[in-house]
Design a protein around this ligand. Structure first.
Ligand SMILES: N[C@@H](CCC(=O)N[C@@H](CS)C(=O)NCC(=O)O)C(=O)O
Length: 144
């Protein structure tokens, strides 16, 4: 049996990291957490990018398999593939294919639409110094 405490999650307080922390905890997988200081640009160092070339958090290292994963949805898929034997969080293809596809609908929608649009919305409509009208319209969260 492989030991699981070889898993390290690199992250900050961001929702993309929290998704991974939640699933690790739900699946009772022991893991180490390494804080990455985004304000200091720790995600942009050569050492970090060697592991996670997208230069963002979260990133996950599993030394059991000698793998480095980036993109939160890929991390979630890896965790359910390997540790959710019953298919509680992602139904197995041969058990309930329709339910599996429904979960994947929402997983891809979240990572390709909700996440990025919310991020742009926050930048242009909440935190951004300069108000750009075109961007405010484009990234209004109420739009599709
Ligand atoms: N699509 C990526 C988005 C990751 C992302 O945008 N992470 C942000 C924190 S929420 C980050 O690392 N920002 C720092 C930067 O862009 O330099 C995922 O789902 O993992």
């Amino acid at each position: 049996m492989e030991s699981n405490n070889n898993i390290t999650l690199y992250g900050s307080t961001s929702p993309n990291v929290q998704k991974c922390q939640l699933l690790l905890k739900e699946l009772n997988i022991p893991f180490n957490f390494k804080q990455v200081d985004l304000w200091k640009g720790e995600q942009k160092t050569e050492e970090y990018k060697k592991m996670f070339p997208n230069a963002k958090v979260p990133g996950l290292v599993d030394t059991n398999l000698d793998i480095q994963l980036f993109e939160s949805s890929n991390i979630l898929l890896y965790l359910v593939d390997k540790y959710d034997g019953q298919g509680k969080y992602l139904p197995k293809q041969d058990k309930d294919y329709k339910a599996r596809l429904e979960v994947l609908n929402w997983l891809f929608w979240e990572s390709s639409t909700l996440g990025p649009m919310s991020s742009h919305h926050n930048y242009y409509n909440v935190f951004g110094i300069e108000k750009v009208q075109e961007a405010s319209i484009r990234f209004n969260i109420n739009q599709n």
